[in-house]
Ligand binder design. Structure first.
Ligand code: PMV
Length: 370
Protein backbone atom coordinates (compact mmCIF):
# COMPACT_ATOMS: atom_id res chain seq x y z
CA UNK A 1 0.00 0.00 0.00
CA UNK A 2 1.53 3.35 -0.92
CA UNK A 3 1.77 5.66 2.05
CA UNK A 4 0.70 8.80 0.22
CA UNK A 5 -2.63 7.21 -0.62
CA UNK A 6 -3.58 6.44 2.93
CA UNK A 7 -2.05 9.44 4.69
CA UNK A 8 -5.45 11.12 4.57
CA UNK A 9 -6.60 8.67 7.21
CA UNK A 10 -3.61 8.85 9.49
CA UNK A 11 -4.57 11.80 11.67
CA UNK A 12 -4.62 11.27 15.40
CA UNK A 13 -8.13 12.58 16.02
CA UNK A 14 -10.52 10.97 18.46
CA UNK A 15 -13.20 8.51 17.52
CA UNK A 16 -16.44 10.14 16.51
CA UNK A 17 -19.05 7.40 16.48
CA UNK A 18 -22.12 8.37 14.51
CA UNK A 19 -24.23 6.02 16.54
CA UNK A 20 -23.14 5.48 20.17
CA UNK A 21 -19.85 3.64 19.89
CA UNK A 22 -20.62 1.71 16.71
CA UNK A 23 -20.14 2.16 12.96
CA UNK A 24 -21.42 0.15 10.09
CA UNK A 25 -21.05 -0.08 6.32
CA UNK A 26 -22.66 -2.32 3.72
CA UNK A 27 -21.56 -2.77 0.09
CA UNK A 28 -22.31 -4.95 -2.88
CA UNK A 29 -19.31 -5.71 -5.09
CA UNK A 30 -19.18 -7.74 -8.31
CA UNK A 31 -16.85 -10.41 -9.58
CA UNK A 32 -14.85 -9.80 -12.77
CA UNK A 33 -13.53 -11.90 -15.64
CA UNK A 34 -10.04 -11.22 -16.99
CA UNK A 35 -9.69 -10.97 -20.76
CA UNK A 36 -5.93 -10.42 -20.39
CA UNK A 37 -4.85 -12.54 -17.43
CA UNK A 38 -2.83 -11.59 -14.37
CA UNK A 39 -0.53 -14.57 -13.84
CA UNK A 40 2.62 -14.22 -11.72
CA UNK A 41 3.52 -11.75 -8.99
CA UNK A 42 6.37 -9.52 -7.93
CA UNK A 43 7.22 -8.81 -4.29
CA UNK A 44 4.43 -6.94 -2.47
CA UNK A 45 1.44 -8.51 -4.25
CA UNK A 46 2.28 -6.64 -7.45
CA UNK A 47 1.62 -8.15 -10.89
CA UNK A 48 4.36 -9.18 -13.35
CA UNK A 49 2.14 -7.98 -16.21
CA UNK A 50 -0.79 -5.62 -16.62
CA UNK A 51 -4.19 -7.35 -16.87
CA UNK A 52 -7.58 -6.24 -18.20
CA UNK A 53 -10.98 -7.44 -17.04
CA UNK A 54 -14.69 -6.96 -17.55
CA UNK A 55 -16.67 -6.33 -14.38
CA UNK A 56 -19.68 -8.62 -14.03
CA UNK A 57 -23.15 -7.71 -12.82
CA UNK A 58 -25.06 -10.67 -11.41
CA UNK A 59 -22.16 -12.50 -9.75
CA UNK A 60 -21.58 -10.36 -6.66
CA UNK A 61 -20.99 -10.42 -2.92
CA UNK A 62 -22.94 -8.38 -0.39
CA UNK A 63 -21.17 -7.62 2.86
CA UNK A 64 -22.16 -5.69 5.94
CA UNK A 65 -19.44 -4.78 8.43
CA UNK A 66 -20.09 -3.59 11.99
CA UNK A 67 -17.42 -2.08 14.17
CA UNK A 68 -17.50 -1.23 17.87
CA UNK A 69 -14.99 0.27 20.20
CA UNK A 70 -15.00 -0.99 23.75
CA UNK A 71 -13.70 -3.79 25.90
CA UNK A 72 -14.00 -6.54 23.30
CA UNK A 73 -10.94 -8.05 21.59
CA UNK A 74 -9.98 -5.99 18.53
CA UNK A 75 -10.02 -7.55 15.06
CA UNK A 76 -12.55 -9.50 13.01
CA UNK A 77 -14.26 -11.79 15.51
CA UNK A 78 -16.97 -13.42 13.42
CA UNK A 79 -18.34 -13.85 9.90
CA UNK A 80 -22.04 -14.72 9.59
CA UNK A 81 -22.07 -15.23 13.36
CA UNK A 82 -19.32 -17.88 13.16
CA UNK A 83 -16.04 -17.16 15.00
CA UNK A 84 -14.38 -20.01 13.06
CA UNK A 85 -15.69 -19.04 9.60
CA UNK A 86 -13.26 -20.09 6.81
CA UNK A 87 -13.18 -16.54 5.31
CA UNK A 88 -11.81 -15.01 8.53
CA UNK A 89 -8.04 -15.57 7.97
CA UNK A 90 -8.08 -13.88 4.53
CA UNK A 91 -10.26 -11.01 5.75
CA UNK A 92 -8.24 -10.56 8.96
CA UNK A 93 -5.05 -10.48 6.86
CA UNK A 94 -6.50 -7.62 4.83
CA UNK A 95 -7.67 -5.86 8.00
CA UNK A 96 -4.11 -6.15 9.42
CA UNK A 97 -2.59 -4.67 6.27
CA UNK A 98 -5.02 -1.74 6.23
CA UNK A 99 -4.59 -1.23 10.00
CA UNK A 100 -0.84 -0.85 9.35
CA UNK A 101 -1.73 2.34 7.46
CA UNK A 102 -4.78 3.43 9.46
CA UNK A 103 -3.91 2.55 13.08
CA UNK A 104 -7.30 3.67 14.44
CA UNK A 105 -8.83 0.53 12.92
CA UNK A 106 -6.68 -1.57 15.26
CA UNK A 107 -8.83 -0.43 18.20
CA UNK A 108 -12.09 -1.72 16.74
CA UNK A 109 -13.90 -5.05 17.02
CA UNK A 110 -15.49 -6.09 13.72
CA UNK A 111 -18.25 -8.53 12.82
CA UNK A 112 -19.21 -9.23 9.20
CA UNK A 113 -22.25 -10.67 7.47
CA UNK A 114 -21.65 -11.74 3.89
CA UNK A 115 -23.38 -13.63 1.08
CA UNK A 116 -22.78 -14.36 -2.60
CA UNK A 117 -25.42 -14.00 -5.30
CA UNK A 118 -24.08 -17.18 -6.93
CA UNK A 119 -24.22 -20.56 -5.22
CA UNK A 120 -21.12 -21.47 -3.20
CA UNK A 121 -20.76 -24.81 -4.90
CA UNK A 122 -20.16 -23.50 -8.42
CA UNK A 123 -16.38 -23.36 -8.39
CA UNK A 124 -16.63 -19.65 -9.28
CA UNK A 125 -13.90 -17.69 -7.53
CA UNK A 126 -15.57 -15.52 -4.96
CA UNK A 127 -12.40 -13.77 -3.82
CA UNK A 128 -12.65 -10.85 -6.28
CA UNK A 129 -16.18 -9.93 -5.18
CA UNK A 130 -15.75 -11.02 -1.54
CA UNK A 131 -12.48 -9.21 -0.89
CA UNK A 132 -13.50 -6.04 -2.73
CA UNK A 133 -16.83 -5.91 -0.83
CA UNK A 134 -14.92 -6.28 2.45
CA UNK A 135 -12.35 -3.60 1.46
CA UNK A 136 -15.18 -1.21 0.53
CA UNK A 137 -16.79 -1.72 3.96
CA UNK A 138 -13.49 -1.41 5.77
CA UNK A 139 -12.45 1.85 4.13
CA UNK A 140 -15.99 3.18 4.49
CA UNK A 141 -15.72 2.63 8.24
CA UNK A 142 -12.21 4.14 8.22
CA UNK A 143 -13.68 7.22 6.55
CA UNK A 144 -16.41 7.46 9.18
CA UNK A 145 -14.04 6.84 12.10
CA UNK A 146 -11.58 9.51 10.99
CA UNK A 147 -14.39 11.84 9.90
CA UNK A 148 -12.52 12.68 6.67
CA UNK A 149 -13.98 13.94 3.41
CA UNK A 150 -12.12 12.12 0.66
CA UNK A 151 -12.96 12.78 -2.99
CA UNK A 152 -14.71 9.76 -4.53
CA UNK A 153 -12.00 9.08 -7.13
CA UNK A 154 -9.20 9.03 -4.53
CA UNK A 155 -11.27 6.89 -2.21
CA UNK A 156 -11.99 4.29 -4.90
CA UNK A 157 -8.27 4.18 -5.67
CA UNK A 158 -7.59 3.45 -1.99
CA UNK A 159 -10.21 0.72 -1.99
CA UNK A 160 -8.66 -0.81 -5.10
CA UNK A 161 -5.23 -0.62 -3.48
CA UNK A 162 -6.51 -2.28 -0.29
CA UNK A 163 -8.41 -4.97 -2.25
CA UNK A 164 -5.24 -5.87 -4.13
CA UNK A 165 -3.58 -6.76 -0.83
CA UNK A 166 -6.28 -9.34 -0.17
CA UNK A 167 -6.50 -10.79 -3.69
CA UNK A 168 -4.90 -9.35 -6.82
CA UNK A 169 -7.89 -9.70 -9.12
CA UNK A 170 -10.17 -8.08 -6.48
CA UNK A 171 -8.60 -4.67 -7.15
CA UNK A 172 -10.24 -4.67 -10.60
CA UNK A 173 -13.75 -5.20 -9.19
CA UNK A 174 -14.11 -1.72 -7.70
CA UNK A 175 -14.97 -0.17 -11.08
CA UNK A 176 -17.67 -1.01 -13.60
CA UNK A 177 -17.11 -1.72 -17.30
CA UNK A 178 -13.54 -2.59 -18.24
CA UNK A 179 -10.59 -2.19 -15.90
CA UNK A 180 -6.80 -2.36 -16.16
CA UNK A 181 -4.50 -3.29 -13.30
CA UNK A 182 -0.73 -2.97 -13.69
CA UNK A 183 1.67 -0.26 -14.89
CA UNK A 184 1.76 -0.03 -18.64
CA UNK A 185 2.90 2.63 -21.09
CA UNK A 186 -0.30 1.90 -23.00
CA UNK A 187 -2.48 3.66 -20.41
CA UNK A 188 -1.82 6.97 -18.65
CA UNK A 189 -2.42 6.74 -14.89
CA UNK A 190 -2.10 2.94 -14.76
CA UNK A 191 -0.41 1.49 -11.70
CA UNK A 192 0.81 -1.77 -10.16
CA UNK A 193 -0.77 -0.68 -6.86
CA UNK A 194 -4.36 -0.20 -7.98
CA UNK A 195 -6.64 -0.71 -10.95
CA UNK A 196 -7.99 2.05 -13.17
CA UNK A 197 -11.27 2.11 -15.06
CA UNK A 198 -11.32 2.51 -18.81
CA UNK A 199 -13.97 5.01 -19.83
CA UNK A 200 -13.48 7.16 -22.92
CA UNK A 201 -11.29 4.38 -24.31
CA UNK A 202 -14.19 1.90 -24.68
CA UNK A 203 -16.80 1.90 -27.46
CA UNK A 204 -20.29 2.14 -25.84
CA UNK A 205 -21.47 -1.06 -27.58
CA UNK A 206 -18.85 -3.03 -25.65
CA UNK A 207 -20.56 -2.12 -22.38
CA UNK A 208 -23.37 -4.57 -23.13
CA UNK A 209 -21.15 -7.60 -23.67
CA UNK A 210 -22.60 -10.84 -22.25
CA UNK A 211 -20.84 -13.58 -20.28
CA UNK A 212 -22.58 -16.92 -19.69
CA UNK A 213 -20.68 -18.96 -17.12
CA UNK A 214 -20.92 -22.69 -17.80
CA UNK A 215 -20.36 -24.67 -14.60
CA UNK A 216 -18.44 -27.73 -15.77
CA UNK A 217 -17.13 -28.54 -12.31
CA UNK A 218 -17.90 -27.18 -8.87
CA UNK A 219 -14.96 -28.99 -7.31
CA UNK A 220 -12.53 -27.04 -5.18
CA UNK A 221 -9.63 -26.03 -7.43
CA UNK A 222 -6.67 -28.42 -7.35
CA UNK A 223 -4.23 -25.50 -7.20
CA UNK A 224 -4.91 -22.33 -5.26
CA UNK A 225 -4.15 -19.23 -7.32
CA UNK A 226 -1.37 -18.29 -4.85
CA UNK A 227 0.47 -21.49 -5.79
CA UNK A 228 -0.25 -20.87 -9.47
CA UNK A 229 1.24 -17.36 -9.33
CA UNK A 230 4.27 -18.77 -7.51
CA UNK A 231 4.79 -21.37 -10.24
CA UNK A 232 5.56 -18.45 -12.58
CA UNK A 233 8.61 -17.36 -10.50
CA UNK A 234 10.94 -19.88 -12.16
CA UNK A 235 8.76 -20.74 -15.14
CA UNK A 236 10.79 -21.22 -18.34
CA UNK A 237 8.19 -19.17 -20.28
CA UNK A 238 8.02 -16.27 -17.80
CA UNK A 239 9.72 -13.72 -20.02
CA UNK A 240 7.76 -14.75 -23.09
CA UNK A 241 4.52 -14.56 -21.11
CA UNK A 242 5.15 -10.91 -20.18
CA UNK A 243 5.80 -10.03 -23.82
CA UNK A 244 2.66 -11.91 -24.90
CA UNK A 245 0.47 -10.27 -22.20
CA UNK A 246 1.66 -6.79 -23.17
CA UNK A 247 0.96 -7.36 -26.82
CA UNK A 248 -2.47 -8.87 -26.02
CA UNK A 249 -3.27 -5.90 -23.80
CA UNK A 250 -2.43 -3.48 -26.59
CA UNK A 251 -4.65 -5.36 -29.05
CA UNK A 252 -7.50 -5.63 -26.52
CA UNK A 253 -7.43 -1.90 -25.83
CA UNK A 254 -7.58 -1.28 -29.56
CA UNK A 255 -10.43 -3.77 -30.01
CA UNK A 256 -12.44 -2.19 -27.15
CA UNK A 257 -12.10 1.26 -28.68
CA UNK A 258 -13.02 0.07 -32.18
CA UNK A 259 -15.90 -2.21 -31.09
CA UNK A 260 -14.00 -5.07 -32.73
CA UNK A 261 -15.61 -8.01 -30.93
CA UNK A 262 -13.93 -10.65 -33.12
CA UNK A 263 -10.49 -9.35 -32.18
CA UNK A 264 -11.42 -9.07 -28.51
CA UNK A 265 -12.72 -12.66 -28.49
CA UNK A 266 -9.70 -13.97 -30.36
CA UNK A 267 -7.37 -12.55 -27.76
CA UNK A 268 -9.55 -13.70 -24.85
CA UNK A 269 -9.28 -17.27 -26.18
CA UNK A 270 -5.53 -16.95 -26.70
CA UNK A 271 -5.16 -15.69 -23.10
CA UNK A 272 -7.30 -18.50 -21.68
CA UNK A 273 -5.41 -21.25 -23.49
CA UNK A 274 -2.05 -19.62 -22.68
CA UNK A 275 -2.96 -19.52 -18.97
CA UNK A 276 -3.66 -23.26 -19.04
CA UNK A 277 -0.55 -23.93 -21.12
CA UNK A 278 1.48 -22.13 -18.44
CA UNK A 279 -0.19 -24.23 -15.74
CA UNK A 280 0.51 -27.46 -17.63
CA UNK A 281 4.13 -26.59 -18.36
CA UNK A 282 4.95 -25.47 -14.79
CA UNK A 283 6.84 -27.72 -12.33
CA UNK A 284 4.87 -29.57 -11.18
CA UNK A 285 2.47 -29.27 -14.10
CA UNK A 286 -1.26 -29.21 -13.49
CA UNK A 287 -4.21 -29.94 -15.75
CA UNK A 288 -7.36 -28.11 -14.67
CA UNK A 289 -9.27 -28.61 -17.91
CA UNK A 290 -11.92 -31.34 -17.87
CA UNK A 291 -13.31 -33.30 -20.83
CA UNK A 292 -16.45 -31.08 -20.60
CA UNK A 293 -14.30 -27.93 -20.95
CA UNK A 294 -12.81 -29.23 -24.19
CA UNK A 295 -16.21 -30.40 -25.45
CA UNK A 296 -17.59 -26.89 -24.97
CA UNK A 297 -14.58 -25.26 -26.66
CA UNK A 298 -15.00 -27.52 -29.69
CA UNK A 299 -18.68 -26.57 -30.06
CA UNK A 300 -18.03 -22.85 -29.49
CA UNK A 301 -15.52 -22.87 -32.34
CA UNK A 302 -17.88 -24.83 -34.61
CA UNK A 303 -20.70 -22.37 -33.88
CA UNK A 304 -18.42 -19.53 -34.78
CA UNK A 305 -17.68 -21.13 -38.13
CA UNK A 306 -21.42 -21.26 -38.72
CA UNK A 307 -21.67 -17.52 -38.13
CA UNK A 308 -22.45 -16.91 -34.42
CA UNK A 309 -19.99 -14.43 -32.84
CA UNK A 310 -19.24 -16.52 -29.76
CA UNK A 311 -15.91 -16.80 -27.92
CA UNK A 312 -14.75 -18.35 -24.66
CA UNK A 313 -12.42 -17.58 -21.82
CA UNK A 314 -11.33 -19.58 -18.78
CA UNK A 315 -10.10 -18.86 -15.29
CA UNK A 316 -7.67 -21.19 -13.54
CA UNK A 317 -10.32 -23.92 -13.48
CA UNK A 318 -12.60 -26.06 -15.66
CA UNK A 319 -15.59 -23.69 -15.99
CA UNK A 320 -16.06 -21.84 -19.27
CA UNK A 321 -17.09 -18.19 -19.72
CA UNK A 322 -18.86 -17.58 -23.04
CA UNK A 323 -18.50 -14.07 -24.42
CA UNK A 324 -20.99 -12.70 -26.96
CA UNK A 325 -22.66 -9.43 -27.97
CA UNK A 326 -26.15 -8.85 -26.57
CA UNK A 327 -27.56 -8.80 -30.13
CA UNK A 328 -27.01 -12.58 -30.45
CA UNK A 329 -28.07 -13.50 -26.89
CA UNK A 330 -31.16 -15.43 -28.01
CA UNK A 331 -29.15 -17.55 -30.49
CA UNK A 332 -26.46 -18.25 -27.92
CA UNK A 333 -29.02 -19.24 -25.29
CA UNK A 334 -30.42 -21.79 -27.75
CA UNK A 335 -26.94 -23.23 -28.36
CA UNK A 336 -26.34 -23.41 -24.62
CA UNK A 337 -29.65 -25.15 -23.97
CA UNK A 338 -29.40 -27.58 -26.86
CA UNK A 339 -25.68 -28.36 -26.99
CA UNK A 340 -23.65 -27.01 -24.10
CA UNK A 341 -25.72 -27.50 -20.95
CA UNK A 342 -25.09 -31.25 -21.26
CA UNK A 343 -21.42 -30.61 -20.35
CA UNK A 344 -22.40 -28.69 -17.20
CA UNK A 345 -22.96 -30.07 -13.72
CA UNK A 346 -26.72 -30.38 -13.38
CA UNK A 347 -26.98 -28.20 -16.49
CA UNK A 348 -25.87 -25.17 -14.48
CA UNK A 349 -25.30 -21.88 -16.32
CA UNK A 350 -25.07 -18.36 -14.88
CA UNK A 351 -26.11 -15.69 -17.36
CA UNK A 352 -24.17 -12.53 -16.63
CA UNK A 353 -23.06 -9.38 -18.48
CA UNK A 354 -20.88 -6.30 -18.19
CA UNK A 355 -21.80 -4.47 -14.98
CA UNK A 356 -21.56 -1.01 -13.48
CA UNK A 357 -19.44 -1.79 -10.41
CA UNK A 358 -19.99 -1.76 -6.64
CA UNK A 359 -23.01 -0.23 -4.92
CA UNK A 360 -23.47 1.19 -1.46
CA UNK A 361 -26.31 -0.69 0.23
CA UNK A 362 -29.05 0.83 2.32
CA UNK A 363 -30.69 -1.14 5.11
CA UNK A 364 -33.56 -1.96 2.71
CA UNK A 365 -31.13 -3.45 0.10
CA UNK A 366 -29.42 -5.47 2.80
CA UNK A 367 -32.72 -7.04 3.78
CA UNK A 368 -33.43 -8.16 0.21
CA UNK A 369 -31.96 -11.51 -0.68
CA UNK A 370 -29.30 -11.60 -3.46
O1 PMV B 1 -6.56 -12.75 -7.75
P1 PMV B 1 -6.02 -14.11 -7.72
O2 PMV B 1 -4.78 -14.21 -6.91
O3 PMV B 1 -7.07 -15.12 -7.33
O4 PMV B 1 -5.55 -14.51 -9.22
C1 PMV B 1 -6.43 -14.51 -10.30
C2 PMV B 1 -5.81 -15.19 -11.46
C3 PMV B 1 -6.71 -15.41 -12.67
O5 PMV B 1 -8.07 -15.44 -12.29
C4 PMV B 1 -6.35 -16.75 -13.29
C5 PMV B 1 -6.50 -14.35 -13.74
C6 PMV B 1 -7.06 -12.98 -13.46
O6 PMV B 1 -6.44 -12.02 -13.94
O7 PMV B 1 -8.14 -12.85 -12.84
Amino acid sequence: MTESQFSQFSHSGNFRPANGNAWHAAWQSPSNIALVKYWGKKEGQLPVNASLSMTLDRAFTRTRLDAVVGDAVPGLVSVNGDPGHPFIPKMQHLLDMVTGEIPLLGKLTFTAETENSFPHSTGIASSASGISAFALCLLDIARQVTDREIPGKDWMQMVSNASRLGSGSACRSVYGGFTVWGRTDLLAGSSDAFAVALSGEVHPAMMSLCDAILIVSSEQKEVASTQGHRSMDLHPFRQGRVIQANSNLEETLRALAANDFEKLGDIAENEALSLHALLMSASPGVILLKPGTLGIIRIVRAQRKSGIPLFFTLDAGANVHLLYPRAVAADVETVIREELAAFCEEGRVIYDHCGTGPALLTVRDENQSG
